[in-house]
Ligand binder design. Structure first.
Ligand SMILES: Cc1cc2nc3c(=O)[nH]c(=O)nc-3n(C[C@H](O)[C@H](O)[C@H](O)COP(=O)(O)OP(=O)(O)OC[C@H]3O[C@@H](n4cnc5c(N)ncnc54)[C@H](O)[C@@H]3O)c2cc1C
Ligand code: SF4
Length: 455
């Protein structure tokens, strides 16, 4: 038994993986904008990690100044087009909307998309929105990682007039917006356009270059005045020590999702009966993809319950809509294989929840009761595996596999800064938090450069 491609016609698969939310029409956007109360001290702005002037950009939509509206968004958040699509608005800006409890919140994310669509796709989109490079300072910064944090930092540094080189080991900039987020939520064209706009500001990209392997920390210290580490929280999942997880048919869910991005989706092999280990957002995304590629059954197994799952509730609802099943209180123990060595099932133990642990969540207690789930494809979605070796390569002190921070964005070396997923955890592992970190880290780097004139 092995995984198969082409379970469903290619055109159907591509149609089912196309962006889920359609743009608002001009009339709908106007009507939605007209609902806004333009609150003083707007709580939605406080809830947005990038503090976009939300009432301001909505007002500009209402006055038919879509370009002005895009400008208002991009001046705080250069990845406003991505964030409009991928932000968990129901937990951020829209959750804070004063209209939320009654008639439903303003659709801030969709209005943001309406505004940024005004410049999206244009070769001079940022320039039209007034995002331009500043007068050259002659100072230079290396940015390690071209994901949201690195791109936001690079844009802010260019606006301040500093030279910027972005290093990324992947062939294309964008980080997880390019390789992790599923096309249903954000087509790769959006991530590519934003990266191109940062390059149009004059940032230089060196892709396919891994810092610590192809270029060393000493090279960067010699060639640049400061370094920003925005290397993310890892692009592979952590091992949970599942026995037999090296059997053919067991796969890293992040690799599975990445293949959807870089190959024709219908060429990506999938099993008939797929089991996903985990119930976070990566698990939900992998489950959605597996179902839409044509798996007969898709089951997420999770050792806690729906109450403790880390996946967003709306993504859970989407999964249910795709026929994905969830087995709560189930702890995978061992991958079972058939005579051909391929995965044939997953042996699991039934779990009971104990007293809350240090993180406040009940501790799963594994019982003697075993269940076997027959399957031919197991996707591990057990959290990203951090890569502290980069920080160690720079000689930085680390804590919990992250750089030890001595102040906002400051590592234990005054010329080396860090931000984005590289330093964040939990619910802050998001595009909008990474953008806020990149932008604010760039400002901290600017202040450092001013305080340390070249000798
Ligand atoms: C499956 C999945 C789905 C997600 N969905 C959402 C979502 O819907 N909404 C949302 O807000 N967030 C989502 N996220 C989280 C979001 O993608 C991240 O929080 C965000 O991309 C973090 O940005 P970053 O720039 O800090 O890191 P990354 O985006 O991880 O970028 C880091 C970059 O650094 C590069 N790099 C690493 N090490 C080196 C090195 N040594 N040398 C050179 N380059 C290096 C990597 O190649 C990568 O391009 C999702 C994450 C995953 C995994
Ligand atoms: S960036 Fe995200 S959180 Fe902020 S206003 Fe836009 S959609 Fe809401």
């Amino acid at each position: 038994m092995s995984l198969e491609t082409g379970r469903r016609p290619a055109e159907q698969v591509e149609g089912d993986l196309a962006e889920r939310l359609r743009p608002l029409t001009k009339q709908d956007a106007f009507a939605e904008a007209s609902r806004c109360l333009y609150c003083f001290d707007a709580p939605c702005m406080v809830a947005c990690p990038t503090s976009i002037d939300i009432p301001g950009f909505i007002k500009l939509i209402q006055t038919d100044d879509r370009l002005g509206s895009a400008q208002r968004i991009l001046e705080e958040n250069v990845l406003g087009a991505s964030c409009a699509r991928v932000c968990a608005v129901e937990e951020l800006c829209e959750e804070a909307c004063v209209l939320a409890p009654g008639e439903g919140p303003i659709m801030i994310g969709r209005l943001q998309r309406h505004a940024t669509d005004e410049v999206y796709g244009d070769a001079d989109g940022f320039a039209r929105a007034g995002i331009v490079a500043g007068v050259a300072t002659g100072r230079s910064v290396a940015v390690v990682g071209g994901g949201p944090a690195g791109l936001a930092a690079a844009a802010e540094l260019r606006v301040a007039g500093h030279d910027v080189t972005i290093f990324d080991r992947q062939p294309t900039l964008g980080g997880l917006t390019m390789y992790g987020i599923i096309p249903l939520r954000e087509p790769s064209e959006v991530a590519l356009w934003e990266a191109d706009q940062v390059l149009a500001l004059g940032a230089v990209a060196r892709t396919g270059v891994e810092i610590g392997r192809d270029v060393t920390a000493d090279d960067l210290r010699r060639d640049f005045d400061a370094v920003f580490l925005a290397n993310g929280s890892g692009q592979r999942v952590s091992s949970i020590g599942l026995a037999g997880d090296d059997a053919p048919g067991v796969e890293d869910a992040l690799e599975f999702i990445e293949r959807i991005r870089v190959e024709r989706p219908s060429n990506v092999p999938v099993g008939r009966d797929v089991v996903i280990v985990g119930a976070g957002n990566t698990a939900m995304d992998a489950a959605t993809i597996a179902a839409r590629l044509g798996a007969d059954t898709v089951t997420c197994v999770y050792r806690r319950t729906q109450l403790e799952m880390t996946g967003y509730p709306n993504e859970y609802e989407h999964c249910l809509g795709d026929g994905v099943r969830f087995r709560w209180l189930t702890q995978p123990l061992r991958v079972l294989t058939g005579e051909d060595g391929h995965v044939s099932g997953l042996e699991c133990a039934v779990v009971r929840l104990g007293a809350p642990g240090p993180d406040g969540r009940p501790v799963p207690e594994v019982s003697d009761e075993l269940v076997t789930i027959a399957c031919d494809h197991v996707l591990l979605a057990t959290g990203q595996r951090r890569e502290p070796q980069l920080f160690e390569h720079f000689g930085l002190e680390t804590e919990w596999d992250r750089p030890k921070m001595t102040g906002a964005f400051h590592t234990t070396d005054p010329a080396i800064f860090a931000g984005g997923d590289a330093v964040l955890s939990g619910k802050e592992l998001s595009v909008v938090d990474a953008v806020a970190q990149g932008r604010d880290a760039a400002r901290a780097i600017g202040a450092y450069l001013e305080d340390h004139p070249r000798g």
